[in-house]
Each structure stands twice: as structure tokens, then as C-alpha cells.
Design a protein around this ligand. Structure first.
Ligand code: CTP
Ligand code: CA
Length: 226
């Protein structure tokens, strides 16, 4: 089956995937981060490699093992993730599944902040670069297919449409991460694939199944475009 082109629909394609959270240091022992297990992004990297793609997975700190047959680049902060993404270009498909911290501390302390006399620390935050938008808006070397994710707790599809337009990507894979959905940290996911042509809402599936379905759709899209 490995030689059957239908079983390896991404053969000859290059893909990058971001996954996991980023950690933004406050001082040497503390950080700001989003909740993210990395399960969905890692599953996409694994499924794409199984489909024949040459995959670079740029992962923030996660407890998952590196997927087999994938080049894994480990990063901590959003700025490190952006640099690793730019180093992985050019690619045919770029998938941004990471939960990037929106803000970092303006000047992280070189020494551990101590409790006591100075009172409660005040953290000055600055916005991190938007890695997805930076890649989607490149004027040269933009990947032919740029896929973002959106974790939403309400108005899931509406917010995803706005993100698609704002970031200039081709798809937003929106998932409902409200507490009652059980998606966060769990093994199953309910996603809506939002493109300029419309919305496909998929039934609840395992994150592995979502990854395989996304990879199949990516292969079909790239094939259509020739
Ligand atoms: N993303 C990114 N770099 C950032 C922030 C987000 O690459 N600094 C990517 C995520 O990996 C995801 C998409 O952008 O693919 C949407 O992330 P999300 O956090 O939902 O969007 P934001 O624009 O940060 O909006 P908000 O958090 O305010 O909803
Ligand atoms: Ca965000």
C-alpha cells in the first residue's frame, strides 16, 4: 500500500505545522502560557507524514513524544516559534495549530522575582507577533495553502470568519473549547472548517480522525489547484 499513490496523497509535498503552547518568561522560573496539549497539531503532523509529506513540526513545550518520521523543532516563546517557522519555509502547506501566547512580558527579569518588600509585581505586557498572519501576508514565498486554527468559547463560526479575513489565511479550523465541550486536553474534537467558500461542520471525532480528514482535504485542495 505504501507505493499506492492514493495512500500517499501528499508525496512530494512539504508541510510545516505549529503545535502546543508557547511559554513567555516572566523570570527564570515563571512564565505566561495558554492551555494546549498539542494533541491536535501533533496528530496533523503524524497524519501528513503518513500521507507522504515531508513535515517540519515546530512545537512549543508539550509532554507528547516527537511523532515518528517528522522533523521536530522545539521552541519556547512566540518569537522563537516565528523564527523557526520562517526557517522552515518554503512549504506547500503551513498549518498553525499552536496556541501562541498573545502577550509577553516587556522585560523578563534575569533573576527570580522575590516576594516581600517590593510588594506585588506589576507586569508590563507587549503583544507577540502573529505568526499565522505574518506568513499568510507574505508577498513572496507565501505557502499555497495556509491553514489557521481558532479556539473559541462562543460564536464559533462567526469569530472564525472574522479571523479568516483578518489574518489572510485560506482556512480556519474552528473548534469549540467551551468548558462543556470537553475538547481542551481531551482526545476528541468538534471542528468547523471555514473557507471563503463556506463552512463545513464535522461531527465529533477523535483528534486523530480530525487530522486524517484535514490531511485528505489538503491533498484534494492542492491537487485541484494543480
Ligand atoms: N496565531 C499565531 N500567532 C499568534 C496568535 C495566533 O500564529 N501570535 C495563530 C494560531 O496558531 C491560530 C490562529 O492564529 O492558528 C488563531 O489564533 P487565536 O488565538 O484564535 O486568534 P487571535 O488572533 O490571537 O485572537 P484572540 O485570541 O483574541 O481570539
Ligand atoms: Ca490568541
Amino acid at each position: 500500500a505504501a507505493r499506492d499513490p492514493a495512500a500517499r496523497p501528499l508525496a512530494g509535498m512539504k508541510m510545516l505545522v505549529t503545535s502546543g503552547p508557547t511559554h513567555e518568561p516572566i523570570d527564570p522560573v515563571r512564565y505566561i502560557a495558554n492551555r494546549s496539549s498539542g494533541k491536535q497539531g501533533h496528530a496533523i503532523a503524524r497524519a501528513a507524514a503518513a500521507a507522504g509529506a515531508a513535515v517540519t513540526l515546530i512545537s512549543g513545550p508539550v509532554t507528547l513524544a516527537d511523532p515518528p518520521c517528522v522533523t521536530v523543532v522545539h521552541v519556547e516563546s512566540a518569537r522563537d516559534m516565528l523564527a523557526a517557522v520562517e526557517a522552515a519555509l518554503p512549504v506547500d502547506v503551513a498549518v498553525f495549530a499552536a496556541a501562541v501566547a498573545d502577550w509577553r512580558v516587556a522585560s523578563a527579569g534575569a533573576q527570580k522575582i522575590k516576594k516581600g518588600a517590593a510588594g506585588t509585581p506589576q507586569l508590563d505586557l507587549v503583544e507577540n507577533p502573529d505568526i499565522l498572519a505574518t506568513v499568510a501576508r507574505r508577498t513572496s514565498g507565501r505557502p499555497p495553502l495556509v491553514v489557521g486554527f481558532a479556539a473559541e468559547t462562543e460564536h464559533v463560526v462567526d469569530n472564525a470568519r472574522k479571523k479568516l479575513a483578518r489574518k489572510g489565511c485560506d482556512w480556519i479550523v474552528a473548534n469549540d473549547v467551551s468548558a462543556e465541550s470537553g475538547v481542551m486536553g481531551g482526545d476528541r474534537n468538534t471542528v468547523h472548517v471555514v473557507t471563503r467558500d463556506g463552512v463545513d461542520s464535522w461531527p465529533i471525532q477523535s483528534k486523530e480522525e480530525v487530522a486524517q480528514a484535514l490531511v485528505a482535504r489538503m491533498a484534494a485542495t492542492l491537487k485541484d489547484r494543480g
